[in-house]
Design a protein around this ligand. Structure first.
Ligand SMILES: [Cu+2]
Length: 463
């Protein structure tokens, strides 16, 4: 069972309903619900309060609530957590209710919401409800609008969810440390009329980034530019779940950016429109078609499209360094460098050294399986497709569109079976190629290259 309750309630697996809460005697504080896995959880179907179309949090979940005299009550616990970033790598992060990012909070426009925040961190914290219209004293800016929440203490936030839309939450106390450690989550305020902005699938996730040296578990928190793990909801490809859609589904994907740089998010095989920002829904007359939309720091974008093209379509950040994992960030460019004899010299200094990169980095994907990696890290690019290595890591996943998908299912339908004759193909060998019109690039002699043999200790490339 993925959900653990620190109290004693039974859980039904499909819908985590809060109806089990005793109706006769409500405890002063709602129970703590937490989770210890990074799998995408099924939709949290509302069993109390007003109806809405729930969202799917990529590699995440939505927080159950209880109704108390008409108020929706949630309990967030800020605490150290362990997050699997992909099979083979665990990070020691800070988060909420057992995971980082924290659970998605889903409410309905006009709901009265009360959030209990318990601090189990070793330092003070607060929660800022990014984008919300609320009383100033509920805005969660430590020192400015409230005293900081001391370790061991619980604070209560209460306000009306006035505006439908997409929001985030994160600390406004020692932010540099706490956000670099993974303290963030999504908040969805559903429209009060469920027919408004209705879609078939509604996915949410945050863009985040970490600087975790190969062989270590805890992020460096003072990094500003040289992050080495670029993540969707604190997961890297191939650890990121696919977006699964039935052919013809209207799909919304809501993305929030809490990294320190912008991310041009790109979808293959479909055009989309940006239908929402942190400020609300975009009027229909103001939308235009795109296949990439840039998401700046602190911004949210909701994109919508009809998933009408069956296939396995890439969905990724278009900054190529952001689709690479930690091992790629210290590798020198060796294209065209003749490395004959180099491996032999290097292996005297570095046991198991293998020369690589002479023809580019794609071979790294195949070597990943043979090469010894430091403890607790991931190959720089990885992921196997049905036709070979995908050469991707980081902020990369797939949109999988099929004719037969059970509504709202997140189950991976496997590789796409391309119709016969619809795949790029190799030219027959007996056809003569036309002559080259210019000289090919000359090879660089190895003696003119200076090798940087310093240990690859956090000397990342620029991003
Ligand atoms: Cu990016």
């Amino acid at each position: 069972m993925m959900i653990s309750r620190r109290n004693f309630l039974q859980i039904s697996s499909a819908a985590i309903a809060m109806s089990a809460v005793s109706k006769t005697s409500l405890a002063a504080i709602p129970e703590i619900v937490s989770i210890d896995k990074a799998d995408t959880q099924p939709l949290l179907i509302p069993s109390t309060g007003r109806s809405y179309q729930p969202v799917t949090t990529l590699n995440g979940w939505s927080l159950p609530w209880r109704m108390n005299a008409g108020v929706k009550e949630f309990h967030l616990v800020a605490e150290p957590v362990k997050r699997e970033m992909a099979p083979g790598m665990i990070a020691n992060l800070w988060g909420y209710n057992g995971q980082s990012p924290g659970p998605t909070i889903e409410v309905v426009e006009g709901d009265r919401v009360r959030i209990f925040v318990t601090n189990r961190l070793p330092e003070v914290t607060s929660v800022h409800w990014h984008g919300q219209r609320l009383p100033n004293g509920m805005d969660g800016v430590s020192g400015l609008t409230q005293p900081p929440i001391e370790p061991g203490k619980t604070y209560v936030y209460e306000f009306e969810a006035k505006r439908a839309g997409t929001f985030m939450y994160h600390p406004h106390a020692d932010e540099m440390t706490q956000m670099a450690m993974g303290m963030m989550g999504f908040w969805i305020t559903h429209p009060k009329t469920p027919a408004t902005m209705k879609v078939d699938r509604d996915f949410v996730f945050l863009l985040n980034s970490y600087d975790i040296d190969p062989g270590s578990y805890t992020p460096r928190t003072n990094t500003m530019t040289e992050f080495n793990l670029w993540t969707f909801n604190s997961r890297v490809f191939p650890g990121i779940a696919p977006f699964v859609a039935k052919k013809g589904d209207k799909v919304r994907i809501r993305v929030g950016n809490l990294t320190m740089t912008n991310h041009p998010i790109h979808l293959h095989g479909h055009e989309f429109e940006v239908t929402g920002t942190d400020g609300g829904w975009v009027p229909k007359t103001a939308r235009w078609p795109e296949v990439t939309t840039d998401i700046a720091v602190g911004q949210m974008r909701a994109i919508e499209f009809i998933a009408d093209a069956p296939g396995d379509w890439a969905f990724h950040c278009h900054k190529s360094h952001h689709t690479m994992n930690a091992m790629g960030h210290t590798v020198p460019n060796m294209i065209g460098v003749n490395q004959d004899g180099i491996a032999e010299q290097f292996s005297k200094l570095v046991p198991d050294y293998m020369s690589m990169g002479e023809t580019g980095m794609a071979e790294m994907s195949d070597m990943a399986e043979m090469m010894p990696l430091p403890e607790n890290t991931l190959p720089m690019m990885t992921g196997k497709g049905q036709f070979g290595a995908i050469n991707m890591g980081g902020m990369f996943t797939l949109l999988k569109v099929r004719d037969n998908i059970v509504q709202n299912s997140n189950a991976d339908p496997g590789h796409y079976q391309q119709p016969k004759g619809s795949q790029a193909y190799e030219l027959a060998e007996n056809l003569a190629l036309p002559a080259a019109t210019h000289e090919p690039q000359a090879k660089t002699s190895q003696s003119s290259i200076e090798f940087d043999v310093r240990k690859p200790e956090h000397k990342g490339m620029e991003h």
